[in-house]
Write a protein that binds this ligand. Sequence first.
Ligand code: 5GP
Ligand code: ZN
Length: 118
Amino acid sequence: MAQDCIFCKIVSGEVPSDTVYEDEELFVFKDINPQASVHLLVIPKKHISSLADVTEEDYGLLGRMMGMAHLFAAKAGSTNGFRSIVNTGKVGRQDVFHLHVHVLGGEAPLPPMIYRNS
Ligand code: 5GP
Ligand code: ZN
């Protein structure tokens, strides 16, 4: 657990979240500021700052995060596809430095790209 990491605090329960799924490695919860009717965040319980900080030992974990995303999307009501986004570092406009995969979807097709105002 990294001190002052909001997502580590969500994993530990110190900060509440709308939890969708949890196992020994992964934690999935609803984004607090949804950009689509389904907007989940899939994170590792282990603190990894970003996709630029993964090491070979994390490859299996990353595989599970991406490989299980369709199950979380479908369970949340996005049964005809979804979009997964990983913002990385300054260039990728990452705000929270605990690795996360955004899973965005819903019943209707998403816009060509998702833009945030801030
Ligand atoms: P990033 O820009 O780092 O890719 O995305 C961070 C995401 O985390 C944003 O979509 C933001 O709404 C979400 N987020 C930030 N703080 C919290 C929080 O305390 N709870 C939840 N559920 N989501 C958060
Ligand atoms: Zn963390």
